[in-house]
Design a protein around this ligand. Sequence first.
Ligand code: UD1
Length: 418
Amino acid sequence: MDKIRIEGPCRLRGRVRISGAKNAVLPEMAAALLVEGPVTLTNVPAVRDVETMAKVLRHLGLRDVALEGSLLRIGAGEPGEPEAPYALVKTMRASILVLGPLLARLGRARVSLPGGCAIGARPVDLHIEALRRMGATITIEHGYVVGSCRRLRGAEISFDKKTVTGTENLMMAACLAEGRTALENCALEPEIADLARFLNACGARVEGAGTGRIEVHGVPRLAGAEHRVIPDRIEAGTFVMAALATRSGITVEACEPAHLVAVVDKLKECGADLRVERDAIEVRPDGPLRAANVVTVPYPAFPTDLQAQYMALMTRAEGVSIITESVFENRLMHVGELRRMGARIVVDGQAAIVAGPSPLSGAPVMASDLRASACLIVAGLAAQGETTIDRAYHIDRGYERVERKFQELGARIERVRG
Ligand code: UD1
């Protein structure tokens, strides 16, 4: 297993380009199952989850799934095999995104249950319940979600809880359903609006994506289209926080600051000197940061996917901050590793209380999930001495060339092949 080794503390400088959003491209790839014509996606990040979704699509019988740099082409075709097996799904929960498209296109689906996951139970009950409302018969058999239907039919569905992939799954399923589907209490994430833009370019009739109410008028078929994936707001936020944690001046380019308003506001509250441009955020080195409390809440509030990185940053800030994770029930596993680097953090239920500033010292640490590994990189860059992060495969799931991008900013960071 690869490790990431950092010799800190590092001072970053220069410019970094943000890649396309992992959480936008994954549903867009799943949507290719709905589409008859060829699909071209551009600004696709070279991350492991994209490779995994490509494997899932190939397994489902889509031929010609070709990744060439940031370009992904999926040839015209029809899925043949309705089964997404455990071996693939267990490595990426987002595989559940094929459930709605398979039911809509083939009238059959067998998708392994994602199962327990490092960051909480993360069930898919809301996806299943909503697809049943559209006329699908769904059972759980031997660890698989097994669904069948004739043609899905439009329905009025109100989600009990905001779910990002649940909203996406239903939005995709409704595209080929008979009649009109109204989805209420939808998640508002920009990746959902991006998926809708792609679906509409293919001939779908989706309205309201990005708001709490989405209406979809079913159409008999969808044609292929070309689509540019939006920038990854979580990668952008991670680089901004890495710069602040190391008191560095960098420019984060090719991002979409409009998707990071809550994050930028929070960082400014901490005293960060940020200049926001149309598609870039400039971080300027400034005086010490002040601690500020944060609660993770679905978009447009502060994202759970930046909670861990923010915690690393708060170990550098003056004062006490309370970081409350309200989206997932078990997403504070990085606390133990940060403590091993000298951070003073106490966990109280879903909240972590961070006393800063702490002089961090490099240590061997273990990544427990994707965003926790980003948090450990931020901490390692700020810490004195050597940090080695074990299980680097977690970071490769969602960050493109992470060590190269930090090297280009002047960090002493390298991958140690395992
Ligand atoms: C997506 C993102 C992930 C992000 C998360 C929250 C993708 C591919 N992944 O994950 O990076 O951390 O949103 O912003 O876009 N829930 C249920 N039943 C369900 C579905 C969800 O109880 O059927 C709960 C979950 O356990 C969790 C909450 O709802 O507590 C939100 O989860 P959800 O928005 O569905 O997360 P994902 O779509 O899996």
